[in-house]
Every structure is written in structure tokens, then in C-alpha cells.
Ligand binder design. Structure first.
Ligand SMILES: [Zn+2]
Ligand SMILES: [Zn+2]
Length: 229
């Protein structure tokens, strides 16, 4: 008997959220109950808008990325799962989030390559992994897309963006990334866990475009809603 079969006999496979017996990481009930991000939304940043038109923020300050696809709305249980992955090292959560993203993007136009939001080397040393890379591995495997782990680096460790106004956020991340010429003429999908202000994704997309990338999409597991939604 191989180790996995033995393990399954001792600990029957269970849903990560409700503990019910399940051959997949989430049981069908929990999967269906997730807050799928399907409401009419801004095509560029995925913020809900009444008729799916561009939002005020994208009209005022057009981001460098061309569009955003978010699988889920940042609400329960994502507000528990994502911190458990990021700060408590529960790596088993990454493939589950990757599956959600792959499922939501089943019919999305295919990019030439995936790039995970890079984490600064100091943060990787501290946590032992980059959560965005772990999610991206799962998406790459399921959609059969190449994952590029070498072309982009985070060269500056930036303080958290929360609570900063637009101009301060932009200054905060300016020059935070470097990208190699490998991305020239490429259509890229950037993978990240959560899009809140989108400033880091915007800066990375701008850096990619300066390096010659043709098109940049954001593929995020969860979209934070603006207050009032
Ligand atoms: Zn369940
Ligand atoms: Zn927008």
C-alpha cells in the first residue's frame, strides 16, 4: 500500500472548510457556497459597477494593466483562508485557491505566460515561501500554462499600502519591481491572492510594459470591495 492510500485510510480525505468526507479539498456544498465574484463589474479592476462599465477610479487614473479577473469576493471564508495561508504557513490552502481561480477562468482568453506577484527576498526568508507563487503553480498546472518565476523581482520591500491615499500609495511602490527583457511581446497574466487598491499590480504591470510586455491581465483569487458594496 502506498503512503497516500495508507494516509487516506487513517485520515479519510475531508473538506478543508466543513470537515465533511470529500475526495476533493472542498466538498461540493462548500464550493457552491463560496462568494463567487460574478456581479457586473469594471472590466479593468473588477470593482462592482451598476452596468459593468469602467469605474470612476479607472477613468480618473487608468491602471497599467488591461483587465482584471477575480474569482471570488474577499469575504468569508476567504478572509480566514488567505491569512491562514500567508501568515500561518498552511500551504494546503494554496491549491484550493488555485482551483477556484482556474475554475473561474475556464473561458478567459489565455495569456502566453503566468507571473506570480513577487515577494521581496526578506519576506520569503521570513515566511519560507511566496503564497502567490504557490497559488500560481496550481493555476498553471490546471490550465496548462507556463509559469515564469524568473523574469520579475521585487527589489524594494515596501510598507503596507492600507490607509494611504492614492498619491502616497503610488510613491510607496514606485520602482519596487524589476523585469527582464524576457517579457517582450508577451501577453501576461499576473497572479495574486487579493486585489485591494491594486497599486502593486498597477506598478508591476507598468514595469512589465516598460520592459516590452504586450498585454497584462490581473488574475486574482479575491477582490476586496470598496466600502458601501
Ligand atoms: Zn465542505
Ligand atoms: Zn475599475
Amino acid at each position: 500500500m502506498n503512503i497516500r492510500l495508507l494516509f487516506n485510510r487513517v485520515v479519510p480525505p475531508a473538506c478543508l472548510l466543513c470537515g465533511a468526507r470529500s475526495t476533493r479539498s472542498l466538498c461540493p456544498g462548500c464550493l457552491a457556497d463560496l462568494p463567487w465574484h460574478r456581479q457586473p463589474q469594471c472590466p479593468q479592476c473588477a470593482l462592482p459597477t451598476p452596468d459593468g462599465q469602467l469605474c470612476g477610479a479607472c477613468l480618473q487614473h487608468p491602471p497599467a494593466f488591461d483587465r482584471t479577473q477575480a474569482a471570488l469576493t474577499y469575504a468569508f471564508p476567504l478572509d480566514q483562508m488567505i491569512p491562514r495561508l500567508k501568515y500561518h504557513g498552511q500551504l494546503a490552502i494554496a491549491p484550493v485557491l488555485g482551483e477556484c481561480l482556474a475554475q473561474a477562468l475556464e473561458h478567459a482568453p489565455r495569456p502566453d505566460r503566468l507571473i506570480a506577484m513577487p515577494l521581496h527576498a526578506a519576506r520569503i526568508r521570513e515566511r519560507g515561501f511566496n503564497h502567490a507563487t504557490e497559488i500560481a503553480r496550481s493555476v498553471a498546472r490546471q490550465l496548462g500554462l507556463p509559469l515564469d518565476l524568473d523574469s520579475c523581482r521585487r527589489t524594494r520591500d515596501t510598507p503596507p499600502q492600507m490607509g494611504l491615499k492614492y498619491d502616497a500609495r503610488r510613491r510607496n511602490v514606485r520602482g519596487a519591481f524589476s523585469c527582464s527583457g524576457e517579457v517582450q511581446e508577451q501577453r501576461i497574466a499576473l497572479i495574486d491572492d487579493v486585489m485591494t487598491t491594486g497599486t502593486s499590480l498597477d506598478e508591476l504591470a507598468a514595469t512589465l510594459k516598460l520592459a516590452g510586455a504586450l498585454e497584462v491581465s490581473c488574475w486574482v483569487v479575491a477582490r476586496t470591495l470598496a466600502p458601501g458594496h
